[in-house]
Design a protein around this ligand. Structure first.
Ligand code: SF4
Length: 368
């Protein structure tokens, strides 16, 4: 089974008001020091790993802030240190405001074949409410620069449940997405994380209520599917063949190695992570063991996030035993309410099921 490689670039130009990812505003000296530490970690893991990797995902933070030169050096060392498949999907996350022609051309030369851009909304007031810097114009320009550079597997992020968002304003964002012709969209619900400025001013926000958020999710899911982007996971949509193969490693409970502060790994059946601490990573502290991963409950929980669902055949192939009959009995009760389908040996949540996925999945895995 091939593995995925994740590299975390913990730098941003500024912090968005809703963001809880581990990222800092940094200067060139800090980023140079980070590059040195990252290269050391890449050499170490490359010498340890017997795996073949079919995806590389450079996320953050804002990798584009790291700059063309450092990203090129990083990817060059990845190729020299790890065994990559010839068709490896190599993704870099970018913020439209930090994309230049130089960056697009350099990433293309470095073998990047997929780019994921953060935009979240085509409505200026909604982006302002989130504290996002980039504009719709910058997103359009970034897409053009990547296409001109030969990178035409492109993804955009959309956020649902933004303060002030309505079905009408979401329609504007969806129209924009359709117009871009991107092959992949990640549509996430805004979550108010306690450590963020948005959480601190939550009493002043005009957040859509829960019912409206559910309607926004269904509106987005249906509209994206009508434009040919098929839903393949709770929050992800793609033209068939353009799914994020890297993220599929997570949901299929397959191995991945994450390098950088806050990066998590699942390798050799063990889950471990680097602490959310730049200084710790700069001084080459070892990652921290988390737990033994990939048990039956985790396998089922992750697979049920996918529209392809959880099949008895896949479960049997992994664990040498069948899914319990009680799970199918529980599934049939949910199926009567349209929350999932339980055809043959496969249980798969529907769009309505995804809206209440925690409860449905919890009940299903309680039968294990
Ligand atoms: S650009 Fe992304 S990682 Fe950086 S602060 Fe904004 S949401 Fe967080």
């Amino acid at each position: 089974m091939n593995a995925g490689l994740y590299l975390h670039i913990p730098f941003c130009l500024s912090k968005c008001d809703y963001c809880d990812f581990y990222s800092l505003c940094a200067n060139d000296d800090t980023m140079d020091a980070y590059l040195a530490a990252l290269k050391k970690a890449l050499r170490f893991w490359g010498s340890q790993s017997a795996d073949t990797f079919d995806t590389v995902y450079v996320g953050g933070g804002t990798p584009s802030v790291f700059g063309a030169g450092r990203l090129t050096e990083t990817l060059d060392l990845v190729r020299r240190s790890f065994r990559l498949t010839t068709d490896a999907q190599i993704t870099v996350e970018c913020n439209p405001s930090s994309v230049t022609k130089e960056l697009a051309d350099a990433l293309s030369v470095a073998g990047v074949n997929r780019v994921s851009l953060g935009l979240q909304s085509a409505v200026a007031a909604e982006r302002a409410a989130l504290g996002r810097r980039s504009t719709v114009r910058q997103a359009e320009t970034a897409l053009t620069l990547f296409r001109n550079a030969g990178i035409d597997d492109l993804s955009l992020d959309l956020m649902l449940g933004i303060p002030g968002q309505t079905p009408q304003s979401l329609r504007e964002s969806l129209r924009f997405l359709e117009g871009t012709g991107v092959q992949h969209v990640s549509a996430y619900l805004l979550k108010l994380e306690e450590t963020t400025p948005l959480f601190a001013r939550r009493a002043t926000l005009s957040l859509p209520d829960e019912d409206t958020v559910c309607d926004l999710y269904l509106q987005a899911a249906n509209a994206l599917e009508q434009t040919g982007l098929r839903q393949y996971e709770i929050s992800n949509f793609a033209v068939p063949g353009f799914e994020s193969r890297h993220n599929l490693h997570y949901w299929l409970c397959e191995p991945y190695l994450g390098i950088g502060p806050a990066a998590h790994s699942f390798l050799g059946g063990r889950r471990f992570y680097y602490p959310r601490d730049l200084r710790s990573f700069l001084q080459s502290d070892a990652p921290v063991f988390d737990c033994i991963g990939g048990d039956k409950a985790e396998f089922c929980m992750l697979r049920l996030r996918l529209t392809r669902g959880l099949s008895d055949a896949a479960f049997y192939a992994r664990f040498g035993e069948h899914l319990p009959k009680e799970m199918f009995t529980a599934a049939k009760a949910f199926a009567r309410h349209g929350l999932l389908t339980a055809d043959g040996d496969t249980i798969a949540l529907t769009k309505n099921g995804f809206l209440v996925s925690n409860g449905v999945i919890g009940k299903l895995i309680s039968t294990l």
